[in-house]
Structure formats: C-alpha cells, structure tokens
Design a protein around this ligand. Structure first.
Ligand SMILES: C[C@@](CO)(OP(=O)(O)O)[C@H](O)COP(=O)(O)OP(=O)(O)OC[C@H]1O[C@@H](n2ccc(N)nc2=O)[C@H](O)[C@@H]1O
Ligand SMILES: Nc1ncnc2c1ncn2[C@@H]1O[C@H](COP(=O)(O)OP(=O)(O)O)[C@@H](O)[C@H]1O
Length: 291
C-alpha cells in the first residue's frame, strides 16, 4: 500500500465562452467549449500519521491554509469520510495564477482524485465531479479533462470529439484578473455578440481546425479588454504573427493563439517574453488523455 502519490493538474482554455442567463444566486448560466492544455502543476500527496492538512508551494504569495483550493478539496473529502490520519500536499505551480486557465480548479480536482486513491475512499469519477462543484464551477470539468461542452454554471458536462492537433501559444500579460470582478461587471442582457458554439461542435466532429477557429469567441472579453487593453494587444500580435485565431481564455487575462507551426508559435513566444508583454508565455499542445 503506497503512502504517497504524484499527480499532474493540467490547465484549460475556453475555445468558446457564452453567457446565456443569470441565476437568482448571482451565478451566470454559461455555454463553454473547454479544452485541456499541456501546461500543468505538479502535486505530491503524502499520508501522515498525525492529523491535519499541511500545504507547501513554490509560490510565496499563495495561501497555504483554507484559502488554498487544494486544502479545501482535501478537507472536504477527509471530513466527509471521517479520515483520522493527516495529509501533506506539495504543490509546484506552473499554470499562471488568476489567469483564466483554471489552475486552482485543476489543483483541487487533482487533490480530489488523489485523496480518493490514497485513502481508498472508493468514489467514482462521477461522484468526485459531483462533489467538485462545491469547490468551484470549473472543478467538475477539471476532473473530467479533455474537450467538453460545459453548461449550467460550468458543471453540466458533455464530452466532445478532441480538438484537432495544433500548437497553442499561451501568454499572460503581467496583470491578474478576478473572475468575480469580470462576471460582476458583465452586462449579460445586452451582449454585443454570441460565439457560434454549435458550429464549433460540428467542426470538432469533422476534425476541422479552421472551422473550430472560425467559431471561437468569448463574451467575457467585453469586460476584461476595456479594463486591461494589454489583452487586445496580445491578440493583435498573435494574429499578425499568423495565428489562425487568438482569444482570451476564461475571465482572462491569458490570451491563446492557435498556430499550425511550432516555429511560428515559439518565435512569437520568445518575442513576447523579450518585450515584457508576457513574462509567462508557453507553446503547448491540446491535451486529450483522460488519465
Ligand atoms: C470564467 C471561467 C471559465 O471557465 O474560468 P476562469 O476564468 O475562472 O478560469 C469559469 O466560468 C469560472 O469558474 P470558477 O473559477 O470555477 O468559478 P467559481 O470559483 O465557482 O466562482 C468565482 C466567481 O465567479 C462568478 N461566477 C462563476 C461561474 C459562473 N458560471 N458564474 C459566475 O457568476 C461568481 O461571482 C463566483 O463568485
Ligand atoms: N491552488 C491554487 N492555485 C492558484 N490559485 C489559488 C489556489 N488556491 C487558491 N487560489 C486563489 O484563487 C485565485 C484564482 O486562482 P486561479 O485558479 O489561478 O485563477 P482563474 O480562476 O483565473 O483560473 C488566486 O488569486 C489565488 O489566490
């Protein structure tokens, strides 16, 4: 019986993000096409004899107590199952923080999976996804991973055919954006456009990358771009560099560009870093393994 487990928590991008309504509790009804990407945080979970949850991380500014989603995920499951032992969580972050890439949600999802295994709780993936939504709207998707349609507040999921192969340039300008701020300032009843997500699903079914790119759109750009013009600048640079399409991910400010050639994505990546437009910039691929 192993007392420790190593896990990867992958980041996500939103190939499309539409808001279709608002609930009475203030949360927004969304329709999103989600895609996992090959940039990940590493986690090491270890069972301890002494009770308590102990979190360490490579980022000095991240909380290590209840405010860290990894703590909350472990605490939730361990309390529900009356686990008497303790747990240490080592978290090595690579996914930019407060960036629209779902890093915290993915870390939480990985901890749900890890705690379930480590303490032999016997929960199915579906049962973990149902519990995940109590930690954040994107957590169930982060348990599922791959290409998916997300509805409700993000928790109603349907698997889609995988995104066609390509290179994805991720670039986070040096600002942090709060998801709450963006949804809080969204004028959901007078959105100037809606992305064609049904068209995107058809394009995915045909493995047609240019069709996917043509249907990309994110209504949250209407809030984030006026507040952070750096986002539009990154989109323009990626389009000028030859991206099929460039879009903000989630509530931002990370921008991703879809490229056919690795060299073009890498060259643009180096330029963005050199010019200080995005210190955190990476060329990755879509990640479609379910494990
Ligand atoms: C915008 C998206 C797109 O994938 O991702 P990020 O930019 O955060 O990565 C998600 O909808 C974010 O989901 P997630 O980050 O899990 O949200 P939560 O922690 O549950 O909520 C943070 C805050 O966002 C608002 N919120 C979130 C989800 C939703 N469908 N409607 C909302 O109005 C609420 O005000 C909530 O208090
Ligand atoms: N494990 C975690 N990783 C990153 N941020 C975390 C984590 N736990 C809690 N947070 C808090 O959640 C906020 C948003 O986190 P993150 O998931 O990176 O952004 P986003 O919702 O834009 O994808 C951060 O400001 C941070 O303080």
């Amino acid at each position: 019986m192993s007392d420790q487990i190593s896990l990867r928590a992958y980041g996500k991008i939103n190939l499309g993000l539409d808001v279709v309504g608002k609930r009475s509790d203030g949360y927004h009804e969304v329709k999103m096409v989600m895609q996992t990407v090959g940039l990940y945080d590493s986690l090491k979970l270890e069972r301890k004899k002494e009770p308590g949850i102990h979190v360490t991380t490579n980022l000095y500014f991240l909380p290590t107590g209840e405010d860290n989603l990894v703590y909350r995920a472990a605490d939730m499951l361990m309390k529900e199952f009356g686990v008497k032992e303790g747990l240490s969580i080592g978290l090595h972050k690579r996914i930019p923080v407060a960036a629209g890439m779902g890093g915290g949600s993915s870390d939480a999802a990985a901890v749900l999976v890890g705690v379930n295994k480590l303490f032999h709780l016997g929960l199915s993936r579906k049962a973990l996804m149902e519990r995940g939504v109590n930690l954040g709207a994107d957590v169930p998707y982060c348990v599922m991973r791959g290409t998916a349609l997300a509805e409700g507040i993000g928790e109603k999921l349907r698997r889609l055919p995988p995104m066609p192969d390509c290179f994805i340039l991720l670039a986070k300008p040096p600002v942090s954006v709060s998801t709450r701020f963006v949804y809080g300032n969204l004028k959901a009843d007078i959105l100037p456009f809606h992305p064609d997500l049904d068209g995107m699903i058809k394009a995915l079914e045909k493995n047609n990358l240019s069709g996917v790119a043509a249907c990309m759109g994110n209504v949250l750009e209407t809030v984030t771009i006026p507040a952070y013009p750096q986002v539009q600048k990154l989109k323009d640079i990626m389009m000028d560099a030859g991206a099929r399409m460039a879009l903000m991910s989630g509530s931002g400010p990370t921008v991703f560009g879809i490229f056919d050639k690795k060299e073009t994505a890498d060259r643009t990546c180096r330029m963005l870093r050199r010019e200080g437009l995005a210190k955190q910039a990476y060329t990755v691929k879509p990640y479609n393994s379910k494990e």
